[in-house]
Design a protein around this ligand. Structure first.
Ligand code: G4P
Ligand code: NA
Ligand code: NA
Length: 194
């Protein structure tokens, strides 16, 4: 998605060979015009997938998920992150380890917001190792729903999340795919010269 890549080029900054900072439009300040375009792009890609619900994870997945949901005419559910909680039987709970932040969170969704037969589009801002997406997918499946696809705003293709999710049979649609952040440069996958 060219508009997103342009925002990454002009407003993103490379923090390290592994981390791209995009707090100017996605993770802190939010650009609503860009976010609306992101929502339309997800909707276009998943229009024929029979989506009944979008599932994301707080905080930064919510904005793109909401815009896509508006386009597709479905509700958004966002999973909550919390430090270990005493088990509650009205919640689906998955442990999600973040390699980027080196913390383990418990990700929870209320049982009342997912239904058997739901066809769920999972949306997130970043895809790194795929831990969050796998955790959300397990929750959908535990609820008796199907994961109709995974929509990612920025995929770091040099980490293994996308490959692992695809190997597991999930359809992954990423709007920007980053091949490398080496030497303080954002290199997109499409631009890599083979
Ligand atoms: P994974 O789920 O794919 O395995 O990713 P990981 O655990 O590494 O990601 C943990 C958090 O770090 C997530 O945010 C994710 O969006 C974010 N993240 C991962 N790589 C980058 C990156 O290169 N740049 C930025 N800006 N963020 C990255 P979170 O902790 O859930 O935060 P938030 O949703 O509250 O913003
Ligand atoms: Na994030
Ligand atoms: Na996220």
């Amino acid at each position: 998605m060219e508009q997103l890549k342009q925002a990454i080029r002009t407003e993103g900054s490379v923090l390290s060979a592994n981390v791209l900072k995009v707090d100017a439009f996605l993770n802190h300040r939010i650009d609503p015009v860009l976010m609306a375009a992101i929502g339309r792009e997800f909707a276009e890609r998943f229009r024929e997938a029979g989506i009944t619900k979008i599932l994301t994870i707080e905080t930064s997945g919510i904005a793109p998920a909401l815009m896509a949901a508006l386009e597709l005419g479905v509700a958004v559910v966002f999973a909550r992150k919390q430090k270990s909680l005493t088990m509650r039987d009205d919640l689906y709970v998955q442990k999600v380890y973040s390699f980027t932040k080196q913390v383990e969170n418990e990700v929870t969704v209320s049982r009342k917001f997912l239904e058997k037969g739901d066809r769920v589009l999972i949306i997130d801002d970043f895809l790194a190792h795929g831990e969050a997406a796998f955790g959300l997918a397990k929750i959908v499946e535990e609820a008796g729903g199907a994961v109709a696809g995974i929509g990612i705003v920025i995929e770091k293709s040099f980490q293994n999340g996308a490959a692992k999710l695809q190997e597991a049979g999930y359809r992954v649609e990423s709007l920007a795919r980053i091949a490398s952040l080496e030497n303080n440069q954002v290199q997109f996958v499409e631009e890599t010269i083979h």
